[in-house]
Design a protein around this ligand. Structure first.
Ligand code: LLP
Length: 380
């Protein structure tokens, strides 16, 4: 159950991000315990939430860092992750970002194209260093999730396609400042059907065979992130089934002796510990439903507007009989809506509303659109 103290909340201005650190710790302990059974390495995907207190917990629980920008690499290192625990992915790494990561001697660049390999080699040569690389391969596996967060299909911009691998291997023979240490996959996010990961394992095994046939031994397999959370039942089901998730990879990935397996989890580690707290500004009559107009909007949590995603909405201060509302924000966009036809206890100006499961891809995706003030975050 979420640890929210109403009196404590009422002392803060809204909108407000609240992070339940006990919830976070329980989640991280569970994930590490299950991954540890198989000696799997988990890198926390900073893109989900890069607040310092969250990063501290990740580090203290033994997670590495998965970064997708130079600033994320910097944030990881400044928050105490050692460069040897940092992986760096992204289809469009700039020269500055690559140079910074080379200077830090990070563990691995997840490279997404032949062109990127050439540039990385050139920049590493100038520094007279060697870049460790995992090839991000697009496995053409359907993640069965929202199309904006599907990344492992050939039509997506991510990764190197299977039909390019011959030429990549040829190219790598000429790139003297690159050391191939592994292969990397990430097929999408908010994946709740575990058979999708089984399909991924099958593809990874096939790629392994291909590399073996080319006399290339891979030290590292990185299978990315993507494990989903239960947005509908955050109270009943706050911790994802890490046992089933890691168990599945243990069962279906065919490992060679000494090979290490890496994961890049974001959402599943931080989504449930975060809640967006907002105050009701106005109630306004609509045609079939009334509008509850909040002081939080798509500027604090863009997921419903961008992916039509569901977040559970709770009125923390009213116990009256339920009424139907369209719960909307104050931003000048019709997509600024947290939920349509939501049943809530009769809601009035000043009521506190909790929008659950906002710890991942909430605060990090906040914007200043409409010149909004950045909302405060507290850790309880
Ligand atoms: N690794 C790579 C290369 C990624 O691109 C991502 C997420 C992850 C790992 C972590 O995936 P996770 O475990 O969090 O699913 N803003 C969207 C999600 C975008 C995910 C982007 N990549 C949302 O709010 O649903």
């Amino acid at each position: 159950m979420l640890n929210l103290n109403l009196e404590q909340l009422q002392q803060h201005a809204t909108p407000l991000y609240v992070y339940d650190m006990n919830m976070l710790r329980q989640t991280l302990q569970n994930a590490q315990q299950e991954a540890g059974k198989y000696n799997f390495h988990v890198h926390y995907a900073l893109k989900a939430n890069a607040n310092t207190p969250i990063l501290n917990e990740m580090r203290q629980h033994g997670f590495g860092a998965d970064c997708v920008s130079g600033n994320e690499v910097k944030a990881a290192i400044e928050n105490g992750f050692t460069p040897q625990e940092v992986v760096f992915a992204g289809v469009g790494k700039s020269d500055d970002e690559i140079n910074y990561a080379l200077d830090q001697q990070i563990f691995c660049f997840n490279c997404e194209s032949k062109h990127e390999l050439e540039v990385l080699n050139e920049l590493a040569e100038k520094k007279d260093t060697i870049a460790r690389v995992a090839l991000r391969i697009n496995p053409n596996v359907n993640a069965n999730t929202h199309k904006y967060i599907t990344t492992g299909l050939e039509e997506n911009k991510f990764g190197i396609n299977a039909w390019e691998l011959d030429s990549v291997i040829e190219l790598l023979q000429q790139l003297k400042h690159i050391k191939l240490i592994g292969i990397h996959f990430h097929i999408g996010s908010q994946i709740t059907d575990l058979t999708v990961f089984k399909n991924l394992c099958t593809r990874v095994n096939e790629f392994q065979e291909w590399f073996m046939a080319h006399n290339i031994r891979l030290e590292h397999l990185n299978v990315g992130g993507g494990l989903g959370v239960d947005y509908y039942h955050p109270e009943q089901n706050p911790i994802p089934d890490f046992a089933a998730y890691f168990g599945l990879f243990n069962q279906f990935l065919e490992l060679r002796p000494g090979q290490q397996v890496h994961f890049e989890l974001g959402r599943s580690l931080v989504a449930q510990c975060g809640t967006l707290i907002s105050k009701v500004l106005y109630i306004k009559n609509g045609i079939s439903t009334n509008f509850a107009i909040l002081d939080a909007g798509m500027t604090e949590l863009i997921r419903p507007a961008l992916y039509q995603s569901y977040h559970k909405i709770v009125n923390l201060t009213s116990q009256k009989p339920e009424v139907r509302y369209d719960v909307v924000g104050p931003i000048c966009e019709s997509s600024d809506c947290f939920g349509k036809a939501v049943m809530l206890p009769e809601t009035n100006r000043g009521d506190l509303i909790a929008i659950r499961t906002a710890g991942a891809y909430g605060e990090v995706m906040a914007s200043a659109y409409n010149l909004r003030t950045k909302a405060e975050a507290i850790y309880v």
